[in-house]
Write a protein that binds this ligand. Structure first.
Ligand code: ITT
Length: 201
């Protein structure tokens, strides 16, 4: 079976991705098999740039067919922040409850009680030296009045999804059916499982 490296250092992301790729005719491997590779600096201005850079970096370091994604939360009343800085918002060592507090403080300072918001996931598939496929998923919602739920990860407790009437931290398994990451990886799956791609690879 051909091998696909899912290149992420984020274990919660990896858990979601492993389920989304479950049953695919690829042998899924992770960065645990390459413990000596340092994570690249994420210096891109956009999710797409960062996803491409991560996929190319890990593909060239490992020689593997590699998928990487760059994702984050965009809050409209905060000009799209934290955006590509989502993982590092408020400082890399800040806990999520501290990040939530900073966001509620910034919203109050801007005069907004809440704000429309979205999660974005940019995905790139690469082999050494070449991007083979790119896609993007987004999910629209708004910032919850207060954090709720203990499922999911990251900003899920403050992301209220109107069709479910709940935050993404309150919906457990239903999250990937609608999420930015769910959309992007379903699209990747269609691509890598297509006879055309499996034939030329
Ligand atoms: P890799 O780059 O190694 O994949 P990372 O966590 O640094 O891991 P990103 O740079 O893409 O990944 O940052 C993604 C951040 O965006 C993540 O750490 C969360 O803060 C936020 N985020 C992305 N998707 C999310 C989701 O489904 N639920 C909650 N927060 C999410």
């Amino acid at each position: 079976m051909a091998t696909l490296l899912v290149a992420t250092t984020n274990r919660a992301k990896l858990r979601e991705i492993a389920l989304l790729l479950f049953g695919t005719p690829y042998d899924i491997v992770t960065l645990a098999d390459w413990p000596a590779i340092a994570a690249p600096e994420e210096t891109g201005a956009t999710f797409d740039e960062n996803a491409r850079a991560k996929a190319l970096y890990y593909a060239s370091k490992t020689g593997q067919l590699t998928v990487a994604e760059d994702s984050g939360l965009e809050i409209d009343a905060l000009g799209g922040a934290p955006g590509v800085e989502s993982a590092r918002f408020g400082g890399a060592e800040t806990t999520y409850p501290e990040k939530f507090r900073l966001i509620y403080d910034a919203l109050r300072a801007s005069g907004a009680a809440t704000s429309s918001a979205r999660f974005v996931c940019a995905l790139a598939l690469a082999r050494p030296g070449a991007i083979l496929f790119e896609t993007r998923g987004t999910i629209e919602g708004r910032i919850a009045a207060e954090p709720r739920g203990d499922g999911g990860f990251g900003y899920d407790p403050i992301f209220f999804y109107p069709p479910f009437g709940r935050t993404l931290a309150e919906v457990s398994a239903r999250k990937s059916a609608v999420s930015h990451r769910g959309q992007a990886f379903r699209s990747l799956r269609r691509f890598i499982e297509s006879p055309a791609f499996r034939g030329v690879r």
